[in-house]
Design a binder for this molecule. Structure first.
Ligand SMILES: [Zn+2]
Length: 103
């Protein structure tokens, strides 16, 4: 069963192309990313691109800023670009899919 995504109550606008309508934690959970302690503001997690299956927590999710960042890949994503990258779709498609899931 799919968990409904909670809409973020933070509004930073679209500056830097950061979509804050979606909770990065919920999107990460939806994508099956293993998080160490999802209740913290700064959450250590596995990177789905370089660390999955190795038990390493090379990445971090900042729930305040709505960002995912992997220290090994040196790559950062917001909720929408993270979802897009994982599923190999473009950000517009990812955005629409997240809207559907959140509805
Ligand atoms: Zn990585």
């Amino acid at each position: 069963m799919k968990a409904a995504l909670l809409l973020s109550n933070q509004h930073y606008g679209r500056r830097d192309n950061i979509y804050t309508e979606f909770s990065i934690v919920d999107v990460a959970r939806e994508c099956g990313i293993h998080m160490k302690d999802p209740t913290r503001r700064e959450i250590r997690c596995r990177c789905p691109f370089c660390g999955n299956g190795r038990g390493e927590l090379a990445a971090s999710i900042n729930s305040d800023k709505g960002l995912f960042y992997c220290f090994r890949c040196d790559e950062g994503y917001n909720a929408v670009t993270l979802y897009a990258k994982i599923y190999g779709i473009d950000t517009k498609e990812a955005y629409n899919e997240l809207l559907k899931i959140a509805a």
